[in-house]
Design a binder for this molecule. Structure first.
Ligand SMILES: [Zn+2]
Length: 396
């Protein structure tokens, strides 16, 4: 074990993180190993929490004492995976961080290796500066996850199976790119599939087959009516989502048929629903089930949930929220319409908010970037938040 940490600048650490192609389809073990090596220090405790197949890993990194009964201290959380970078519009290798003068450009620069670099370095600087255990009166913990981009799979596995979940600090900053707005609520996302079975036959002999597309037509009409009804319903916390103050139902993908002279044997529809905070995903799923059942009586069909990411909601009176709002001079409530790991972490007992540099508008797009000024500004702000929650270090 090393006794000193060879500290990298935030910029250099970001460059190194971006250089790993941690697209969700790949194993994240290489980037996780790099982070473990970088943080290898006697004062730093690292736990590796493997995915069920062992190909991916969540990292739980702690500096400072174990959490007390109140679970004080602070969690900083981010995901290590990125979305694919295959768009032809990339002007340079997406896994080589480019400094274009105003911004750092590269896949994950914004979503969300920028924050991950800052969080790792906030902890590393404290460890290197001797702020470990002694100076801190509460733990600083990093939770770095896998497969967020596939539907928060790593975070879900983490809250389901991590040994010692309840002894981690309770309050958590998830550093998704919010342009440094403090976000205390976001929608959840639930993905479902409906498959109808028919019987394949030559189209010249229709009496030998059963067309799976036709009953799907009824299901689509009924689901589309449900979508419109949801659009008119009044939802909890709707006032914080003025653009889309309702549950958005998206009939997203339809698959059926192989050729014009064959009666289609199966028809599958994938759909997604965006759940407002304060609503139960199960209740909405039940409404989808009832809707489908009402028009598919007697059909051979299956409706199932593919994946879900719960919504996030934190009280506007929460101490960490108020603290960060004061620090950022923010007086309005800001919400997000995308789902994040925070949904599952909140279900696992953490009190979560989103706060991170970069804007979601460039995430998942070619030439993804993070403004340099914002990235640099976030670093001392994060140090300040850590010092407030964990002790030690310097406050602004
Ligand atoms: Zn993200």
């Amino acid at each position: 074990m090393a006794n000193t940490l060879p500290l990298l600048s935030d910029h250099e650490l970001l460059r190194r993180l971006v250089s790993f192609d941690s697209t969700s389809r790949n194993s994240n073990l290489p980037i996780a190993d790099f982070i473990c090596d970088y943080l290898d220090h006697p004062a730093v405790d690292i736990k590796r929490h493997l995915s069920p197949d062992g190909d991916k890993v969540n990292l739980v990194v702690r500096l400072g004492p174990e959490a007390d009964q109140q679970r004080s201290g602070l969690v900083l959380s981010g995901h290590m995976d990125v979305v694919p970078a295959e768009e032809p519009e990339w002007t340079a290798n997406p896994f080589t961080l480019v400094d274009d003068g105003e911004a750092f450009v590269g896949r994950g620069a914004c979503d969300m290796k920028g924050f991950v670099a800052l969080a790792i370095n906030a902890l590393a600087r404290r460890a290197a500066g001797g702020a470990a255990g002694g100076d801190q009166d509460a733990p600083l913990t990093l939770i770095l996850t896998y497969d967020e981009e596939l539907g928060c799979l790593g975070a879900r596995h983490f809250v389901d199976t991590f040994d010692g979940l309840a002894s981690l600090p309770r309050q958590a900053i998830i550093g998704e790119p919010t342009s440094l707005d403090v976000v205390r609520l976001h929608k959840g996302h639930c993905k479902m599939s409906l498959e109808i079975k028919g019987r394949s036959a030559h189209s010249g002999y229709p009496h030998l087959g059963y067309n799976a597309i036709e009953p799907m037509g009824r299901a689509i009409t009924a689901l589309s009516a449900l979508r419109q009804r949801w659009q008119r319903d009044t939802c909890p916390n709707a006032e914080h989502f003025p653009q889309v103050p309702f549950v958005a139902l998206n009939l997203a993908r339809l698959e059926a048929g192989v050729a014009i002279n064959i009666i289609p044997e199966t028809c599958r529809l994938d759909l997604g629903l965006r759940v407002l905070p304060g609503m139960r995903t199960d209740d909405l799923i039940a409404q989808v089930e009832t809707t489908v059942a009402s028009v598919l009586d007697g059909e051979d069909y299956r409706l199932w949930e593919l994946n879900r990411s719960p919504p996030m909601l934190l009280s506007e009176y929460h101490a960490l929220y108020r603290d960060l709002c004061r620090m950022m001079d923010q007086s309005t409530t800001v919400s997000a319409s995308y789902a994040t790991d925070a949904g599952w972490l909140q279900d696992g007992g953490f009190e979560c908010l989103l706060w991170g540099p970069g804007t979601i508008e460039v995430a998942h797009r070619p030439n993804e970037s993070i403004p340099k000024a914002e990235f640099q500004r976030a670093s001392p702000l994060l140090d300040h938040a850590v010092a407030r929650a964990c002790g030690g270090g310097t406050t602004l």
